[in-house]
Design a binder for this molecule. Structure first.
Ligand SMILES: [Ca+2]
Ligand SMILES: [Ca+2]
Length: 190
């Protein structure tokens, strides 16, 4: 019994250590003071210090983004369907397959509000892109779940399956209010 316990503990410790080191690498930028880097109109900007006029930022590699002025320039650059109106509400269909998208506005409405699109697995600190407490609607257009967390409410997380979510509709069980304008971190799971 004692031997078995020791084996299990060793195994558990090894697994935890591996997870921690991977996590540190993956969240290195987001957890420090430096913000996430984005390329926007030929410049490199630090999203934690503001989006400098960009309205859509799309993750390329882990916490590195390409940002665009608007929906039209984004869709042209990424060769996405541009047959729909390029301004105003396009709603959740703006979020392409394979991405977890967060809107700083209700009803999946971009307008003059920013939208961010994540694609890499792991935990992303929204502070590194200046997006804490801002998401009002999300679309997990991925097969894996995405888990959202609020630093002021450690007792619960919001698990988003492949679906759209208007965050004001998600009342919290252990903390006050809904998830509207509360998310600080998101974890994209495989
Ligand atoms: Ca907001
Ligand atoms: Ca929060």
């Amino acid at each position: 019994m004692a031997a078995l316990t020791a084996v299990l503990l060793t195994s558990g410790t090894a697994t935890a250590a591996g997870t921690n080191s991977a996590e540190e690498v993956r969240t290195g930028k987001g957890s420090g003071t430096a913000g996430a880097t984005a390329e926007y109109n030929g410049r490199v900007i630090d999203l934690s210090k503001g989006w400098q006029g960009a309205s859509i930022c799309v993750e390329q590699t882990f916490d590195n983004f390409l940002c665009y002025d608007d929906e039209a320039s984004y869709r042209a650059a990424e060769h996405l369907d541009s047959s729909l109106p390029s301004t105003g509400t396009r709603a959740y269909t703006d979020c392409p397959s394979g991405y977890f998208c967060l809107w700083d506005n209700a009803n999946y409405n971009n307008g003059s509000f920013p939208r961010v699109q994540y694609r890499t697995l792991g935990t992303h600190n929204l502070a590194s892109i200046g997006f804490t407490n801002r998401a009002n609607s999300v679309y997990n257009n991925r097969s894996g779940w995405t888990v959202a967390a609020d630093d002021t409410c450690s007792s619960e997380t919001l698990w988003v399956e492949t679906r759209i979510s208007e965050l004001s509709n998600w009342q919290r069980q252990y903390c006050s209010g809904s998830w509207n304008n509360k998310i600080d971190r998101v974890t994209l799971r495989s």
